[in-house]
Design a protein around this ligand. Structure first.
Ligand SMILES: Cc1cc2nc3c(=O)[nH]c(=O)nc-3n(C[C@H](O)[C@H](O)[C@H](O)COP(=O)(O)OP(=O)(O)OC[C@H]3O[C@@H](n4cnc5c(N)ncnc54)[C@H](O)[C@@H]3O)c2cc1C
Length: 423
């Protein structure tokens, strides 16, 4: 199958290839990562693969520290950890995701038609600031934006166009190949000023002139609208601090009672064979491409293709590793297929990585109820990396980072004993 977009890998092999290409020069990441340039050579471009766990941040950090001194690549390690931080933060505060989806539905249904029309104009790359319009088109065409471009564009949407942040977040979520409920929702909240009280992110012309490729800035149409002196924050409506839920620990490998067990392989973790589930001998492996759900969420065709390709890649690896029947079902909900395949293959139940907060996480209660109604069980598990790191996202990033940094430094000193993963 042709790659979705050759620059942004969505199979494990392509992701590892990109990583091998990037790794030798990784110490230059800190100095170059803010530059937004054609081809995005200064950054890894691995976010779609990391999002689906075709490669894990744990193994990337492992090989990075095998090759470079910690201090030389600290900035990149820190960025990898931002992803983990946002995942943990949202896992501890799931209502932030629910409230965002509810607010999005409300705005789409009851929003001021003039605002909805302007939002569509800006999204389609006709907002009037040439460089921002270019970013909107780049997102639609490639499914990717550089981090700095995401910040500029989100800041432009919220503080210059003064459009509802939830509509902008949804535009990203539908098109990004790496779209993640945590990084995207919380990235947008941070730009809007909801995530860190008193802090917003403003797109400033001088900052674009410094970091954005000259050829993308050569059309100066509309740039005066983001003149430094002109851009002011559009303060968000106040909201109470989100409620924090208790941490629910899960094993990395559940103790399965005797019986026939299937492994449900899904888009939140596409390398179970490289987790503690590796030694498992399931009776079958199932993937479900829930097309109606993706349609309901409005995913772009390119995003759907990337998910399809990631699942196909994972199935091929699972077949080789687990040596059992591997199948894919489509056109329907996860719960219905899990029940049907359990019946057909006379399973006791399923084992699966527990999906994090997001559309798949939202499906958990329905899956559990449907399986229980037919006498099947599902055992959830979680990688030790997440089980250790995510609960630490109780406060700000820097306390989280300091703890993670300490753990990584300790492991880097004794890689073989601690089993630091290398590729
Ligand atoms: C408004 C907004 C929305 C975003 N939405 C998403 C999203 O849906 N999915 C997503 O993966 N990232 C998101 N990000 C974070 C970041 O922009 C992307 O992870 C990064 O641009 C991906 O490109 P890369 O792989 O080349 O990154 P690199 O710079 O090479 O970084 C390596 C990896 O570190 C992680 N990372 C880097 N920066 C961040 C960050 N700020 N937050 C979280 N993780 C980070 C990613 O996994 C990334 O692949 C968003 C940021 C903003 C400001």
């Amino acid at each position: 199958m042709d790659p979705i977009h050759p620059m942004f890998p969505v199979t494990r092999r392509a992701a590892l290839q990109r990583w091998q290409e990037f790794l030798p020069g990784a110490a230059r990441y800190g100095a170059g990562r803010n530059r937004v340039e054609p081809g995005h050579p200064q950054v890894t471009r691995l976010s779609a693969a990391i999002r689906g766990r075709l490669v894990t941040t744990e193994e990337l950090i492992g090989s990075l520290l095998e090759r470079h001194r910690f201090e030389a690549v600290e900035k990149l390690v820190q960025e990898f950890l931002w992803r983990d931080y946002w995942k943990g933060w949202l896992e501890l505060r799931p209502s932030v995701w629910t409230t965002y989806r509810q607010e999005l539905a409300r705005v789409l249904h009851d929003g001021d038609p003039a605002i909805l029309r302007r939002a569509e104009t800006v999204r389609s790359g006709r907002g009037g600031i040439a460089v921002m319009d270019r970013f909107a088109r780049e997102l639609i065409e490639t499914g990717y934006l550089h981090n700095h471009a995401r910040m500029w564009w989100a800041g432009y949407w919220v503080h210059v166009e003064r459009l509802p942040w939830v509509l902008g977040a949804d535009f990203f979520y539908r098109h990004l190949l790496d779209a993640d409920p945590a990084s995207n929702t919380l990235g947008w909240r941070w730009v809007a000023g909801l995530q860190t009280l008193g802090k917003v992110y403003l797109p400033r012309r001088s900052n674009l002139e410094k970091y954005c490729a000259a050829e993308w800035m050569s059309d100066t149409t509309g740039l005066d609208r983001i003149d430094d002196a002109r851009v002011t924050a559009f303060p968000p409506a106040e909201e109470p601090p989100p409620a924090r839920v208790g941490w629910q620990s899960l094993p990395e490998l559940p103790e399965l009672p005797a019986g026939r067990w299937g492994l449900w392989l899904h888009g939140e973790d596409l390398t179970p064979e490289l987790s503690a589930l590796g030694p498992l001998r399931p009776d079958c492996v199932l993937t479900v491409l829930d097309e109606p759900l993706m349609q309901k969420l409005g995913f772009s065709a390119q995003r759907v293709d990337s998910i399809r390709e990631g699942l196909a890649d994972a199935r091929a690896r699972a077949a080789a590793h687990f040596g059992c029947p591997v199948e894919q079902r489509a056109q329907g909900g996860f719960a219905a297929h899990l029940c049907q395949v359990a019946r057909e293959r006379q399973l006791t139940g399923w084992v699966a990585m527990r999906p994090a907060v997001g559309p798949l996480g939202d499906a958990i209660p329905g899956i559990e109820a449907a399986l229980a109604a037919e006498g099947f069980r599902i055992h959830w598990c979680r990688r030790r990396w997440d089980e250790t790191g995510w609960p630490q996202a109780a406060a700000g990033f820097f306390p989280f980072w300091e703890k993670a940094r300490g753990r990584l430094l300790a492991r880097a000193k004794t890689p073989s004993e601690q089993g630091l993963l290398n590729i």
